[in-house]
Design a protein around this ligand. Structure first.
Ligand code: BGO
Length: 268
């Protein structure tokens, strides 16, 4: 049976290089409907029943840029069988910010830690099994440029897709989690169960593009839960989530043994 693996990552993480390594000549290039953002898909080398869907590179799934809207809409509405999240390992913490969002989509996630050749050349290393444990998803070290482990990473995503095991979302502070749980209760029945967390977070952020057919009472209840956290933290809900994600990315990078500033050599 055919399946679709979506490639998601930050701009410049090596997504194009990986996509080419995975699909070779079997690429189909077009545009996403209604926008002039390039849409590329191709068959996984040696596995003609697996489609690799390239997505625009994004730092976040906040819908502020066209690329973010395209990537987010695809992941939420089209629902690939798994997400292969490609990360620039030499910029681990920054790249993990997007990962915290991808984990909320109710889909299987596999991480391809790219640019491992750069990390090693700089004398560094990443405890990828610790990162895998902290995230609860498989992590595969690759070098897209050298073609190392690329197909293996894709096959790990195929395995994850077959298991149908959705990634477990990262957790934030207790007060946020409490509000999200309550909002999730209001949302339940208005979206598919696997999207409950995604919509709870979006509603907490007062994301203008998120619409669910909720009654006024549910809306008021949700607003009250948001206000409680905003008052306690003396900040607006959107910033509260952004900061919680940064904190989470820092913790994950720490778990992977990448503390402090990681310098990336330019032009290498
Ligand atoms: C240039 N290792 C190393 N060392 N480099 C990699 C790897 C890897 O595993 N993977 C990708 N790159 P894209 P997006 C470049 O183009 O695939 C490099 O945006 C250069 N170009 O070769 O385009 C890759 O699709 C001149 O580098 O990323 C590319 O995600 C000097 O990372 C860059 C140095 O990869 C981005 C690099 C004219």
């Amino acid at each position: 049976m055919g399946m679709k693996i979506a490639l998601a990552g930050n701009p410049n993480c090596g997504k194009t290089t990986l996509f080419n390594a995975l699909t070779g000549a079997s690429q189909h290039v077009g545009n996403w409907p209604g926008v002039t953002v390039e849409k590329k898909e191709g068959k996984l080398r040696g596995h003609g029943d697996v489609i690799i869907q390239d997505l625009p590179g994004v730092y976040s799934l906040s819908p502020y840029t066209l690329e973010e809207v395209v990537t987010r809409d695809y992941l939420v509405t089209e629902q690939p069988d798994a997400i292969l999240n490609i990360i620039d390992a030499s910029n681990l913490e920054r790249n993990l910010y997007l990962t915290t969002q991808l984990m909320e989509l109710g889909l299987p996630v596999v991480i391809a830690l790219n640019m491992m050749d750069v990390v090693r050349r700089q004398g560094g290393s990443i405890q990828s099994s610790a990162l895998s444990q902290a995230l609860g998803v498989p992590v595969v070290e690759i070098s897209a440029l050298k073609g190392e482990n690329c197909v293996e990473a894709a096959l790990e995503a195929v395995r994850a897709a077959k298991s149908r095991q959705a990634a477990k979302p990262v957790t934030f502070g207790e007060d946020i989690e409490h509000a999200l749980e309550q909002i999730g209760t209001q949302v339940s029945g208005h979206c598919q169960p696997s999207h409950n967390r995604w919509y709870a977070v979006k509603l907490f952020e007062r994301d203008a593009r998120t619409e669910l057919p909720l009654g006024q009472m549910a809306k008021d209840t949700i607003e009250a839960y948001i206000k409680t956290v905003e008052d306690a933290q003396d900040d607006d809900a959107e910033s509260i989530i952004t900061n919680a994600r940064y904190e989470c990315a820092a913790k994950l990078a720490h778990a992977a043994g990448r503390e402090g500033k990681v310098h990336k050599l330019t032009g290498s």
